[in-house]
Structure formats: structure tokens, C-alpha cells
Design a protein around this ligand. Structure first.
Ligand code: AMP
Length: 286
């Protein structure tokens, strides 16, 4: 497994390894890797001759006062996990390699899609995500890139980025990997103390309640379902909901009357940690 720190070396790796028809899969991450990340890596390994993983905590996607400086970092542990999965290369640049100029004169604006859901409390976040992913695609030049549905809005933004700027990259969206009690895996779960960790399961419980109400035919309009989900979240003293929305899976537009498939999306603070989760509700398969 090659550890690559510079853009120049990443390009050299490409030139040497990508002879013939070898396809390359790419998994962009911010590190502190867990089974959610590793599921993307395994999928890429299955589907491509070469797999490249990036580890870069992207300052451009953190707002002022957010957790950029204390975001969990574990480069040694990450490299062990990736080496065990036989990844071909890990691209882990310094901030100054990715953003050498103090201020960029070109930056991306993803428009309205970046201002809804998480964009309301994290203005500019998705512009920062789109900017770094565009840069990484230009540097790594993969055939396929793997993203988790855990960050549903991010997947919609990235697909739009690829369409609008004509990147020649297939975007593969992979399922949410959860702990045994349903909590979606996240690097930020490490911020939770024992009481908060227990309380954090309320996100998934509320999503499952919403799903049950819809699939049982008990409710067919979004405000009613959201109200029940919010009641459940508020019943947990350590949880403070940021948003609970029922949206179209393709464009994230909020629904009034529920049409399947629908995405149930939730963000809540557990103590001071902001967590997100979602499930897709679709017709029951027999
Ligand atoms: P991050 O390091 O948080 O930027 O995440 C890197 C990639 O891993 C993103 O595509 C995430 O959606 C994905 N990811 C994070 N957590 C999970 C999870 N629990 N299940 C599946 N994918 C995940």
C-alpha cells in the first residue's frame, strides 16, 4: 500500500499503475475510519482493479466555531485498517498541499440544494464539500467514487456536481452501516459520553417509528409523521432536534402527501454533538 502525500506523487501513481483497462475506485474520507468507511472500501475493492482512499479533514467544509480543530484524527489506526483491506494507495495531503493559497479565487456554489436540510444550520458546508471533491476527482481521476447514504444530502450534491461539471466518474451510493442498537456509525460518535451514547439511539428509533407509521398506512401526510417523530426525539432529555424532514429521495424536496420511496431525514444535537441519520422508506417487499 502506497502512502501518497503530494498531488505530484498521486499523478505519478496514476501514470504508472493505470496501464491497460484497469479501473480505479476512490473512497474520499476525513479519516478516523470505522466500519461505515470500510464498507465503501470493500465495495470498491470488489468492483475495481485499483482502490485509492483519501484521508483529508477538509477545512473548507467546516464553519466558524465548528469542530475542525478537534475532529478525531487517527492516521496510524487508519493506515492499519486500510492496509488490512489491501488498498492500493492512500492519499493523505496536508492542508497546504490542497489549499496553497490563503484565499481561493474560484470556489463552487452548489445552489439551493446546499441550503436545505443540513445547509440551514451549516451554511457553506456543501460548497466546501463540492470544492474538495472536485479537487480530489481532478487529482485522483477515478472511474468510480464511493459515498455512504448516511450523508444523503452529500450524495445528491455530489451527483449534481458530477452532472453539472461533466466529471467522468460514476457515483456509487452505499448503505448506512449501523451499530447493533441502530446508531449510524460516525467518526463524531466518539464525542459522546456514555449517557449521550445511549440517548443517541433516539435518531434511529424516531426514523423507524416514522417508517412504521407510513408502511402500516396509519399516516399518509408528512406533517403528521414528523410530529410523531419529533415527539419521540423530544422525549429523550439529552436530544435536541435540528430538523426532521420527509423528502423526495432524488432532489430532497420536502413532501406533504407521502409518496414512496421517501427519505426520512433527521439531525439532532445529543449534548453538544450534532448527529444525522436517514432511512429510505419504500414499499414493503414480500
Ligand atoms: P467522512 O469521513 O465522515 O467524510 O465520511 C466518508 C464517507 O464515508 C462518506 O461517503 C460517508 O457518507 C461515508 N460514511 C460515513 N459513515 C458511514 C456509515 N455509517 N455507513 C456508510 N457510509 C458511511
Amino acid at each position: 500500500m502506497q502512502i501518497i502525500k503530494t498531488i505530484k506523487d498521486m499523478r505519478a501513481f496514476n501514470k504508472i499503475l493505470r496501464t491497460g483497462n484497469k479501473t480505479m475506485g476512490f473512497v474520499p474520507t476525513m479519516g478516523a475510519l470505522h466500519e461505515g468507511h470500510l464498507s465503501l472500501v470493500r465495495r470498491s475493492r470488489e468492483e475495481n482493479a485499483i482502490t485509492v482512499v483519501s484521508i483529508f479533514v477538509n477545512p473548507a467544509q467546516f464553519g466558524p466555531g465548528e469542530d475542525f480543530h478537534r475532529y478525531p484524527r487517527d492516521p496510524v489506526g487508519d493506515l492499519e485498517k486500510l492496509s488490512a483491506l489491501d488498498v492500493d494507495a492512500v492519499f493523505m495531503p496536508e492542508g497546504s498541499e490542497m489549499y496553497p493559497e490563503p484565499s481561493r479565487s474560484v470556489s463552487l456554489d452548489v445552489g439551493g440544494i446546499g441550503r436545505m436540510l443540513c445547509g440551514v444550520s451549516r451554511p457553506g458546508h456543501f460548497n466546501g464539500v463540492a470544492t474538495v471533491v472536485a479537487k480530489l476527482f481532478n487529482i485522483v481521476m477515478p472511474d468510480r467514487a464511493y459515498f455512504g447514504r448516511k450523508d444523503l444530502q452529500q450524495t445528491v450534491v455530489i451527483k449534481k456536481l458530477v452532472r453539472d461539471l461533466n466529471f467522468d466518474v460514476d457515483i456509487i451510493v452505499c448503505p448506512v452501516i449501523r451499530e447493533k442498537d441502530g446508531l449510524a456509525m460516525s467518526s463524531r460518535n466518539s464525542y459522546l459520553n456514555a449517557g449521550e451514547r445511549k440517548a443517541a439511539t433516539v435518531l434511529f428509533r424516531a426514523l423507524k417509528l416514522g417508517e412504521k407509521l407510513i408502511l402500516a398506512g396509519e399516516m399518509d401526510n408528512a406533517p403528521d409523521v414528523r410530529r410523531e417523530m419529533e415527539k419521540m426525539v423530544r422525549s429523550e432529555p439529552l436530544a435536541d432536534p435540528d430538523y426532521i424532514e420527509i423528502v423526495d429521495t432524488r432532489n430532497l424536496q420536502p413532501m406533504q402527501g407521502i409518496k414512496l420511496p421517501a427519505a426520512l431525514c433527521i439531525a439532532a444535537r445529543i449534548g453538544s454533538t450534532r448527529l444525522i441519520d436517514n432511512i429510505i422508506v419504500d414499499k414493503k417487499r414480500k
